[in-house]
Design a protein around this ligand. Structure first.
Ligand code: SF4
Ligand code: SF4
Length: 276
């Protein structure tokens, strides 16, 4: 069953006509990586303390749609969508603002990410199971907290529980395909074998924590939002979603609300497309 699901998701991403970017004449996203976490993994309870009480457990996310006490047990399927190399490469030489391709990927690639979530819902429904993709749901919310931007469903934390990678100095998520990725997931009542977390530390894939060296992302940040102490979410947020970012997004034909993004700390660095 797992293989069937993985194959269907990969085929959808590779062949869907909306996964095509005229700007680069290539895909937004390359072949995904798909892994599984058990819905009763104790990490999901820990996330209530680590992220905040508004962060949903898989059961809570499922029951937002299917009603109270509708969930007994199941699986969270997490998907890594690697951003196509042409888009990442175009951002390597940028020093202040992201490349046009990077900016437009934020608006149009972002739509594809949600579409993958909705596809997984219908795939599982076709197999006789219920499923919800929290990020693609109308009730999904992100909000500012005292420590920075947070949400009801952190795709990076979900991907960590599914053993797909680890966190990094710049607050990204480093997978086998590197840090230039997007993530999406679905909670289902289908019970599948979970993948294990192989990393010994939650930041193992980042050279800065593993070998006490690198810090390339520190030098790449145009607003000094990254230091050896970590990532200043407020500084980053102001830049990535501020008025100049919105203006840039619109000037290229993107969505003001999506902003331009930035991604300078994710491109032209050793973790761009691999675990360094
Ligand atoms: S550039 Fe280096 S320090 Fe920064 S996240 Fe990547 S591996 Fe870690
Ligand atoms: S996304 Fe841009 S502004 Fe934010 S930390 Fe990375 S380089 Fe700095």
């Amino acid at each position: 069953m797992k293989e069937k699901i993985i194959r269907a998701i990969k085929e959808f991403v590779i062949h869907d006509k909306e996964n095509w970017f005229d700007e680069t004449n290539d895909r937004f996203y390359d072949e995904p990586i798909v892994q599984f976490a058990s819905a009763d993994n104790p990490l999901f309870l820990d996330y209530k303390k680590i992220i905040g009480r508004k962060h949903l457990r898989p059961k809570e996310a499922y029951e937002m749609v299917f009603g109270k006490n509708s969930f007994q047990n199941g699986t969270v399927i997490s998907v890594v969508l690697p951003i196509n190399k042409k888009i990442s490469e175009s951002n390597r030489k940028q020093k202040v603002w992201p490349s046009k391709a990077w900016v437009l990927n934020r608006t149009f690639g972002g739509m594809m990410v949600k579409k993958v979530g909705l596809f997984m819902e219908s795939l599982l429904s076709g197999m006789g199971h219920k499923a919800v993709s929290p990020y693609a749901a109308s009730w999904f919310k992100s909000f500012m907290t005292l420590t920075g931007l947070s949400s009801m469903w952190s795709e990076r934390h979900i991907a960590y529980a599914a053993g797909l990678g680890t966190f990094s100095l710049n607050d990204g998520f480093i997978t086998e395909k590197g840090i230039t990725i997007n993530l999406i997931s679905v909670v289902t009542d289908l019970i599948l074998e979970a993948d294990e977390i192989k990393a010994k530390d939650y930041r193992e894939n980042c050279l800065f924590y593993r070998k006490n060296k690198c810090g390339a992302c520190i030098k790449r940040c145009p607003v000094h939002a990254i230091t050896e102490k970590g990532h200043n979410q407020f500084k980053c947020f102001k830049y990535v979603y501020g008025p100049s970012s919105r203006k840039l997004a619109v000037s290229y034909g993107g969505d003001a609300k999506a902003g331009s993004g930035c991604g300078l700390c994710q491109t032209g660095v050793p973790c761009e497309d691999k675990i360094p």
